[in-house]
Every structure is written in C-alpha cells, then in structure tokens.
Design a protein around this ligand. Structure first.
Ligand code: F6P
Length: 526
C-alpha cells in the first residue's frame, strides 16, 4: 500500500488547501444562504453543524476520497466483524459488540462472544437489582448506599464521566465515589464521606495488575476490616476484570467477579461490566438505553455513506486541520454541566488511541497524528483560554457541545446557549480594528454538536460518535488505535525509583536529575 502522503487524494488535498486557505468563511456564508443546510447533519437527537469550517463542497469530496483510498470501509468491516484490528496485539477491538443487543452471534477464537456478553449483562442485572432493592446487604445487615469505584484510566474515566452526566437519572439513595489516583489525599477524602457499613467497593481493573488500583484497594479493604471489626468483607467488595484468576488469588470469590475480555480496550470498556457503577446508579433499564444509543451510532457509522456520516466527517475535518493547516490541537468545550468530565474522558480515548508514530506497516510516520486535546466547561473556558483561541497566533478548532433542554433554570439555559453560539460566531467573524491589540482575526473553525437533552441514549450516541471519529483518524493515519505501548516505560521504571525512595537501593543507577530529586524528596518529606 502507498504511504499516506503518496495517495493521490492527499496530494490533491494539498493543492486544494493552497487554493482555499485564504478564503473567508464569512464570504462563503454570504454567497450561499443554504450553507447551514448543506453542511449539517441530524441523527435522532444529535445535530452536527459543521458549516463554520474552512471547507467548501470540493473539500468534503476530496476528504471522502481520502477515506476511500485509505480503505476505511474495509477496516470498518474488520472492526465490526471481530477481525484483528489491534494488529500489534493480534486481537479484535469489540466495544461495538458490547452494545449490540440483537441476539446475533460473533465468533472470536471459536467462541461466540455475544453469549458471553449477554451472560455478563444478566449477571449485572441480577446484582444491580439486588443492591437497588436492598436485598444485597453488608456485613452488619445494612443495605448499600455508598458505591466506591477503584480504578484508573479506562476503568475510571468512563464511569466517572457517565455517572456525573446522568446524575438526574440516578437513584438519589446512592452516592458514587471514585478513587483513581495513588495520592492518599484522594483516598482520605472519600473515606471521610462514606459509611463503612453501607459501602460497596468495586475493584475495576482489566489487567488486575495496575499498582495504583491495587494499592488503593488494599488500603480500603484494611480500612473496612478495621471499621467493621471483621475479616469477612465479601459483601462489600466486587471486582471487574479480564484476569479473574488474579482476582481470585486476591481473595475475591468467583460470584463477585464480573468479566470483561482481552478484546475490549480499557478506554473503550465503559460498555462492559466496567459500567457497573453506572448501572447501580441509574438502574439496568437505563443502562440498556445507554448501550442502545451507542449502538444506534454504530449502525449509522457502519451504514451511512461517508459524506453523510457523522464520525467520518468529524474525523476528516480533524485531519484537514491537523495535516493540512498544521494545527495539532483540538478544543472540546461542552456547554452542559452534565458533560463536566467529557474532556477528560475524550482525552484518554483520543490521545491514548492516536498518540502514535508507528504505522501499521511498522515504519514511522512523517506527518502529524493524534491531536492534543484541551477543553473545559463552556462559560468557564471563555474566561480562561478563549483569549488564546480568539487572538493567539495558534489556530485551534473547537467542538462546542450543547444540550438544548437543560434540567433546571430556563433563563440560565438560554444564556448558556447564547454564550456558545456567540463564541462560535466570534471565532468565525473576528473583529477588524486598526489597533492590533483589539484586532481579532476570525475565520477560526468550529463544529457545533447540538443534543436535544443529555439522556442515557443520547450520551451513548455522543460517546460512540467520538470513538468512531478517533477510529477513522487512526485508519487514515495508518496507525493502530488500539494498543498503548507508550505507557509501559514509566510503569517499568517506577519500582526501581520506589526502591530508592524507600532506601531499599542505593542511588547509583539514576541520572543526576532523578538522583538529586530523590535526595530532595527524602530530606523534605521527613
Ligand atoms: O494507562 C494505561 C492503561 O493500561 C489504560 O489503557 C487502562 O485503561 C489503564 O491503564 C488501567 O488499566 P487496568 O484496567 O488494567 O487497571
């Protein structure tokens, strides 16, 4: 296969970029009164307006050509059919199967994984019903009220983001807490808020080897034993893992272990039993709605032609700016409190998936890949980093994410939406002034994702939209979006440094900066 920059469409796009880079979006709006209609798409409760982009119809057809030449549809088939899309680990990435509740069969290594998925959903259903109906009780006979998720990365960010987003759908009798960091301050804060007699903690770790998670779990288990004055804390603890043997060795009984599988990437795992905290908070029926929303987006991604396909268009627009305009950043700015943790969540999904330099052919790329994601709640970000978006020499495309129906004060809701729309407009029109310090260049692009209301279903759709956008980009960049070898080195170096900190080793093998900092820590932490 040809290298990406050698593809005919890539070269045509480079030429096309030269011809339209100086054109203004405002001019295009002035000459085409239907630009919004031409460059927007609706799928169920989500509207995507991509008209405020530096594109004309030819840009879209050239980008679509690029997707075709990169064989996107063949790779998409591999993804959905369970082929080894994660080539470096020779396995599928089947998050789409987790949310497909249509009794089909899908064979992986001679095993129908759909049966496993259904069995696990059933186990989740039984367990969440027991907890929510108060029939699952703690060691002293009291029902569960505090749910503590202990996990990190994909075993944390999805459940954190979604439980926050769906707070209004949650049963108010329950509180969900999260412990991810190995910083004892976080653990301490959570322990102060929970009632040991009514606490269920979930050890959430695909590998069941992650030191942050296991260390936090060990401490919270000891805390529970002390507080409850018993060694039997089994009613207060469940685990979710793809390594059940390790969980059993830890001491967790089989019936308290929920399975996930090697063929689900950690950052794509919220649709599996990793979503248990969500199911406990909102109930299984709503959890199914969440899965169904994601499935609806899967079907759209799988079946719509590229020029009408939301994830494909978002992916291609990203490539247009990253590779042709040379903009390595992407801002994600939700104007909805529900999406408070959306940027954090997408940061892992995007940057851990596409922050890569090796191609699938085991060569190195000579073009940019995954964007640097930044973002923050709408109005808050206007009063922090939007200054740079408007006047900085950098040019950062923005995804504005809006929810039409708020849950509370209508007056505030109108103001919130007006804020988002005015920022997107300001980025586009700019302001011309003789004084340079007042001059705002404008012509800066943005997408608007307008969701009717944040519900389990629409949230599932939104998350799957971004997952597939990231997939599209990974395919075009010819990288494997489903491994994460880059995070291994730091994990590998940690034990040695820890040994030095704890005086188990002498300081001779470290570079002088690390050695100096170890000494500094030893004296300052006394
Ligand atoms: O950061 C590396 C990583 O492996 C992520 O991909 C994963 O989500 C996270 O660590 C947690 O891993 P585990 O679920 O195995 O504890």
């Amino acid at each position: 296969m040809k290298k990406l920059p050698e593809l005919p469409s890539w070269q045509t796009l480079q030429h096309h970029y030269q011809t339209i880079a100086d054109h203004s979006m405002q001019e295009w709006f002035a000459t085409d009164s239907k630009r919004f209609a031409h460059f927007s798409l609706k799928l169920d409760d989500i509207l995507l307006d991509f008209s405020k982009n530096r594109i004309n119809p030819e840009t879209i057809s050239l980008l679509v050509k690029l997707a075709e030449e990169a064989k996107l549809s063949e790779y998409r088939d591999t993804l959905f059919s369970g082929g080894p899309i994660n080539a470096t680990e020779n396995r599928p990435a089947l998050h789409t199967a987790l949310r497909d509740r249509h009794n089909k069969s899908l064979m992986v290594d001679g095993r129908n994984v759909m049966k496993d998925i259904q069995a696990e959903l059933h186990k989740m259903q039984v367990f969440t019903d027991q907890v929510r109906e108060n029939s699952w009780r703690g060691a002293t006979g009291k029902p569960i009220r505090d749910i503590v998720n202990i996990g990190i990365g994909g075993s944390h960010l999805g459940p954190l983001m979604v439980t926050h987003a769906l707070k209004d759908d949650a049963d108010p009798r329950f509180q969900c807490h999260f412990i991810s960091n190995i910083d004892g301050a976080q653990l301490h804060r959570v322990l102060q808020k929970i009632d040991p007699e009514q606490t269920l903690f979930i050890i959430s770790s695909k590998s069941f080897t992650t030191p942050e998670t296991l260390s936090n779990a060990r401490l919270i288990e000891q805390w529970l034993r002390d507080k409850l004055n018993t060694t039997d804390i089994s009613q207060h603890r469940v685990a979710i893992t793809a390594a059940p043997e390790k969980a059993k060795k830890w001491g967790i009984q089989e019936s308290h272990i929920f399975s996930m599988w090697d063929w689900v990437g950690g950052r794509y795992s919220v649709w599996s039993a990793i979503g248990l905290p969500i199911a406990l908070m909102i109930g299984m029926e709503k959890f199914y709605e969440f899965l169904d929303g994601a499935h609806e987006m899967d079907v759209h991604f799988k079946e719509s032609e590229f020029s009408q396909n939301m994830p494909v268009l978002l992916g291609l627009l990203g490539i247009w700016y990253i590779n042709f305009f040379g903009c390595p950043h992407q801002a994600i700015v939700p104007y909805a409190d529900e999406l408070n943790y959306f940027r954090e969540y997408i940061q892992q999904v995007d940057m851990e998936s596409n922050g890569k330099s090796a191609t699938r052919a085991n060569t190195l790329v000579d073009y940019m890949t995954g964007p640097i994601i930044l973002g923050e709640q709408g109005c808050d970000s206007q009063h922090s980093f939007f200054q740079l978006l408007h006047q900085g020499p950098h040019f950062i495309p923005v995804d504005f994410i809006l929810a039409a129906k708020g849950n509370h004060f209508q007056e505030q809701q109108d103001m919130l939406i007006a804020s988002a729309l005015s920022q997107a407009q300001a980025l586009m029109i700019g302001r011309h002034d003789l004084a340079n310090h007042k001059m705002i260049p404008g012509n800066r692009p943005s997408n608007i994702l307008f969701i009717k209301k944040i519900t389990p279903r629409s949230l599932g759709m939104l998350m799957a939209l971004y997952e597939h956008k990231i997939f599209v980009q990974g395919i075009i960049w010819n990288i494997n979006s489903f491994d994460q070898w880059g995070v291994e080195l730091g994990k590998h170096l940690l034990p040695d440094i820890l040994d030095h900190l704890q005086n188990k080793k002498e300081n001779h093998k470290q570079d002088s900066s690390t050695a100096g900092l170890i000494q500094h820590y030893k004296s300052d932490s006394k």
